[in-house]
Design a protein around this ligand. Structure first.
Ligand code: NI
Length: 407
């Protein structure tokens, strides 16, 4: 038996109106320092450099995912009955804690450190953390079972589909939330109708045939959000500089041991392997911003310039990649301007398909249930999604360089 709060806590939220917290263990996790840290990490990394209102955090997204899981458990036909109370709580916690391992400006951070936020999340849940102690105090098996859900290994296959699949609480929350905070309308779809047409069928989450159009809308929302928001060339420009700032720190560390002291917040960049839990906990975006201001005072011209660019939003210019000659010419322009192309020239390719059944594991496909009680994979049941799946991948390759080197 899991303890309940004296009264249900109700948190206001612009996407779900209210987020309802009924169990003590959920409330205790919310109040742990590791979860509170998520307030200091933007949900969308550098996107607020383009969409200025996209200041929302991983904290609010994580609560939103929790709320969608809570609603799925309570509202999807057949789901609640198929789960024990312990499993219901485990899956709600998995929704809430799925992003606990994120570093600041996640993508740039992960590309430099060879770091995976899911692995880090498991280390936090299983290791010496307040959140681990909170979970164990409610039930000794909670940390392991939550990690199993997040890694798709839980013994109950139903749970593995709820938090991360193709039609999951994580994506449903971030599409709606990111659309709201960027002020774009592309990411919207009818969450109420998705919840109403989801069913449990032979241990699979499926969508009733009458919900197909809502799911098409959800797939299109993903497609548009990727190209309009997530892969926006200006946020990729900020990330390009950020990655080079981190790389410069690592290079300087080899020749200037003082760097690792002056930039102690970047401890994980100065040793092999994963960040320690302490390092991870201390490294948030507030620490990064402080580091960029420190860089302004450094004698190394590259670190100083990159840090200043990040603070003042003096981002790199970009151009569509057209030919190898054009790439070589622009790279040469950078060299002619006296700049090191390692830091001042970048190629970046974005590729995305909003739904690709052939690459997915079976339990993360979207299944449609027809009136004869038969199930079909989504791209077989929807002409629109079928066309997207069979079409070409959309690609976008750009090169980045300082404005003053463009000719
Ligand atoms: Ni997430």
């Amino acid at each position: 038996m899991f303890g309940k709060l004296n009264e249900v806590k109700v948190l206001r939220d612009p996407i779900h109106e209210y987020i309802h917290i009924e169990y003590q263990v959920i409330w205790d996790c919310l109040n742990s320092p590791e979860f509170q840290r998520l307030r200091r990490i933007h949900q969308l990394g550098a996107t607020h450099q383009v969409y200025h209102a996209a200041e929302h955090s991983r904290f609010s997204h994580s609560l939103g995912v929790y709320e969608i899981v809570r609603r799925m458990v309570n509202e999807v036909e057949g789901l609640k009955e198929a789960l024990s109370e312990e499993e219901q709580i485990e899956v709600m916690l998995a929704g809430m804690l799925h992003d606990i391992g994120h570093g600041p400006f996640s993508h740039s951070f992960e590309s430099v450190l060879d770091f995976n936020h899911e692995t880090m999340g498991a280390l936090i849940l299983m290791g010496e953390s307040t959140i681990h102690d909170v979970l164990v105090s409610h039930h000794p098996d909670l940390p392991k079972n939550i990690v199993d859900i997040l890694q798709h290994k839980h013994s109950n296959p139903i749970l593995n589909q709820v938090v991360s699949g193709q039609l999951d609480a994580d994506r449903m929350d971030y599409l709606l939330r990111d659309a709201y905070f960027t002020g774009t309308s592309y990411g919207t779809f009818d969450l109420e109708r998705v919840l109403r047409t989801l069913r449990l069928h032979d241990d699979k989450l499926v969508v009733k045939e009458s919900g197909v159009h809502t799911i098409e809308d959800y797939i299109m929302a993903r497609y548009h959000m990727y190209w309009q928001v997530y892969y926006h060339p200006v946020s990729r420009s900020f990330e390009t500089i950020l990655v080079r700032f981190f790389k410069r720190l690592v290079v300087l560390n080899a020749v200037d041991p003082g760097i690792s002291k002056r930039f102690a917040m970047f401890g994980p960049f100065f040793h092999e392997g994963y960040p320690t839990l302490k390092e991870h906990f201390e490294l948030d975006e507030a620490a990064c911003l402080y580091a960029f201001t420190l860089a302004r005072k450094e004698s190394d011209e590259i670190l100083k310039d990159l840090g200043t660019r990040l603070m003042d939003r003096r981002l790199f210019e970009y151009a569509e990649v057209e030919s190898p000659q054009q790439i070589a010419a622009q790279r040469q322009n950078v060299i002619d301007a006296g700049l090191d192309p390692e830091y001042y020239f970048a190629l970046d390719m974005a590729v995305q398909r909003p739904y690709s059944p052939y690459q997915e594991k079976e339990n993360s496909l979207i299944w449609i249930l027809n009136t004869k009680n038969e199930i079909k994979e989504l791209s077989q049941a929807s002409v629109l999604v079928g066309a997207i799946v069979r079409g070409e991948n959309k690609k976008d390759e750009k090169m980045y360089f300082p404005r003053e080197t463009a000719k």
